[in-house]
Design a protein around this ligand. Sequence first.
Ligand code: ZN
Length: 416
Amino acid sequence: MFEVRHALLAYWLARRIKTRAQLKGRTAAKLHNWLQRDVPQVPFYAGRKVTTLDDLPIIDKATLMADFAAFNTAGITAEMGWQAFAGSKQIGKLVVGASTGTSGNRGLFVISQAERFRWLGSILAKALPGFWRKRHRVAVLLPLNTPLYDSANRMQRLKLRFFDIGQPWEDDLAAFQPTVIIAPPKVLRQIAMQAMPLAPEHVFAAAETLDPVDAAFIAAHFNRPLRQIYMATEGLFAVSCEQGTLHLCEDTMHFELPQVGDDPDLRAVIVSDFSRRTQIMARYRMNDLIRLGPPCACGLPHQTVAEVVGRVDDCFTLAGMTITPDVMRNAVVDADRKITDFRIIQTGATEIEVLVPYGVDCDAVLQAVMGALRAWSATARVIVRAADLKPDMSRKLRRVENRWRGGVPIAGIDRQ
Ligand SMILES: [Zn+2]
């Protein structure tokens, strides 16, 4: 059963780490033990001599899902996993979870009860330091029930409730009066726009890329900083500190951050989760691009993330060059201050479609986008039109999306 001591332990261990040297020292030993003891326990790495991370190949979701059973100690296949996920979400004592992506692109994970409690403890310790001194009502609004969360219901001072955003949830949420809300940005935005009578002390965006236009709007509504929990089926990657800065969870995960393109801060993300043993995630390439940030005033030595820029899949490719989602987004948002929502879609080799709300000056947006693209391509064809933009609760909101699949791999992150 989850006990407060799991989170307390995570909290105190984190507090004892004050410098990067201490952090590196602590995690190097953990990583080494994991490589020697746990990684060779699953078939994919069996018989391989593993001394350092470099002894392992870099893998991605396609590698993992092609032979899911080769990556866990219980021999659970993807078929068994999906079957369990549709039902009890358990196989024996193991917990099965999945991501919300489009079908064919969904990720599956399997963890033990102990891993689930450590994971939850880690989130609580990072998100709500000192939480055991206060009574919190934590509302988690996500599209699918992830059994990771159920365990906290057993804690006395912490009431945790899950709301399925695929169903009506507004009245139940108002009745619950959460002190902490964890939800995708589009749901927080909906709460803000409908001016629901809620007064949370902490608001966390999770599960989707947080767009600056949403962050500003949501923070203004709740009158407090919007913090982030950056996580996926692959694990817990980063949590904002109380200053609002995202810090990588380097105490439980090893990050390789190869530079992408010319910007030294723009990085791909390759993770090795040395806190997990049931399913091995080693040198796993994420589909996200991040921008590193400067050290934070809060004093945590964990690497900061200025921004989760977006998905590698959603970078545009024009004339053989790569344009990251933030470049497109900034061009559109800066064109007209009235723009608080938009979609930018690459639909062909040189075709880009931009959708903005009614009432926005489409000509100004067109000029801004053409201006931003000039550095890449003089031949891009851009169409800007007004549309009724409503978020779809059944899938992740992607404002910048590449639907053209004839692109070339991005320098620094092409497949092995
Ligand atoms: Zn900080």
